[in-house]
Design a binder for this molecule. Structure first.
Ligand SMILES: [Zn+2]
Length: 395
């Protein structure tokens, strides 16, 4: 089947879950952050972590439809961990029609790096009760609807010791052959300004690694991670959806010298990105000053809405198309073809070769090809995605 669509027809091709986005409640998120910050610390080595994990599990259990698990894994002996020990984190699953999974995560553990030993006050309101509250808020809102794909909400631990909780989860995903389309890591997402006088309450940064970055241990990938394409999709659906709040793409795996819970996932071949506020205040990370009073609740609510719009699109998306090709014959027009799944609907995207973001799209329904007049395949990059799903670049 061939579909000819004029260039001027610009359908959105995006799910705009405004009814759900309106239900994101910054007051409810504030209560979560304040509760988590009320523990003296949530160091993975200390009892506070287990108590906080149990409290988070209880919050998830109150949401109808979720399967809540306290996942155990082993924290190895290392500096500041006197002996190998079993620790916990929380995983809550909202089953969908398919076993393809979308993950959203924040870490509940904290650390104090300014005092020696493990006894320092570490409230971790922004790093990372803010991210944990985003995942919980998404569970509360998104669980009201049935979705095509399975949604997984995570409150992981062991992050501050070296990403141990997310590594245990990514290893388990590989072992159990989880089909993960996307993993969204929220870490330090609650403050819109810093002591340096920089303020930006209109953007969240999205860090994504290049697909060309080799996977862990130089192994051949068994899955194709397209973290960059996931980041572009998140930017695109949010540009169409939220007015006054946007996504700033950063084409780096993370900030200099830093890592996050998305890292073990992209290293295992899953598409994953990190969300972090635009202007961090480093003196309020890993110190007793990481307090709720420095969290901007309105900003945190907008971050949750941005996550929700991305997750809702991914949650109802069909599997990505395969064999996405651009017809290489010389000419003034373009033709894109792909292998379509019966019943699936697709969106075609394009951008200038120098543009970091998709500039336009057209929804083409159940087509398996797209033709347009007077578009140059030499000057543009094309991609095709299932509606709401990660686009696949036409080669
Ligand atoms: Zn963190």
């Amino acid at each position: 089947m061939i579909t000819v669509v004029a260039m001027s027809v610009l359908a959105q091709g995006v799910l705009l879950p405004e009814d759900l986005a309106k239900q994101v409640d910054p007051k409810r998120m504030r209560a979560v952050v304040e509760k988590l910050a009320s523990w003296h610390d949530r160091n993975t080595n200390n009892p506070g972590l287990t108590e906080a994990a149990n409290w988070m599990a209880e919050q998830y259990r109150q949401i109808p439809g979720l399967q809540v698990e306290i996942m155990k894994y082993t924290l190895p002996k290392m500096a500041r961990v006197s002996e190998e020990k079993e620790v916990v984190q929380v995983i809550a699953v909202l089953p969908g029609e398919t076993d393809r999974r979308i993950l959203v995560s924040g870490h509940i553990d904290t650390i104090n790096m300014v005092e020696r030993g493990l006894g320092g006050h570490a409230p971790g309101a922004n790093d990372d009760a803010s991210g944990a509250s985003v995942a919980l808020e998404l569970a509360r809102v998104l669980s009201q609807k049935k979705w095509k794909n399975t949604l997984v909400f995570c409150a992981v631990s062991g992050e501050e010791q070296g990403l141990y909780g997310s590594k245990a989860l990514a290893d388990r995903a590989v072992r159990e052959n989880w089909k993960i389309d996307a993993m969204l890591n929220n870490d330090i997402v609650g403050s819109s300004g810093n002591k340096n006088g920089q303020k930006d309450d209109k953007h969240i940064r999205v860090f994504s690694t290049d697909p060309a970055v080799p996977l862990a241990r130089g192994e051949a990938p068994t899955r194709v991670q397209e973290s960059r394409e996931l980041a572009r999709l998140i930017e695109f659906v949010n540009r169409k959806a939220v007015s006054g709040f946007g996504v700033k793409l950063v084409f780096r795996a993370d900030r200099f010298g830093r890592g996050g819970d998305h890292t073990p996932f992209w290293q295992a071949g899953y598409s994953s990105v990190r969300f972090t506020e635009a202007n961090e205040e480093y003196s309020r990370q890993h110190t007793p000053d990481d307090l709720p009073e420095f969290v901007d609740w309105k900003y945190l609510g907008n971050v949750a809405r941005m996550n929700l719009i991305a997750m809702a699109n991914l949650a109802d998306a069909d599997a990505p198309p395969t064999n996405v090709r651009v017809d290489r014959t010389q000419g003034h027009d373009i033709k894109i073809t792909w292998t379509a799944k019966p019943g699936a609907r697709y969106t075609v995207y394009w951008r200038d070769t120098t543009s970091p973001v998709w500039q336009d799209s057209v929804r083409v329904g159940e087509a398996s090809s797209y033709e347009a007049k007077k578009m140059s395949k030499d000057d543009l990059v094309f991609a095709v995605g299932a509606v709401g799903g990660i686009p696949v670049e036409a080669k």
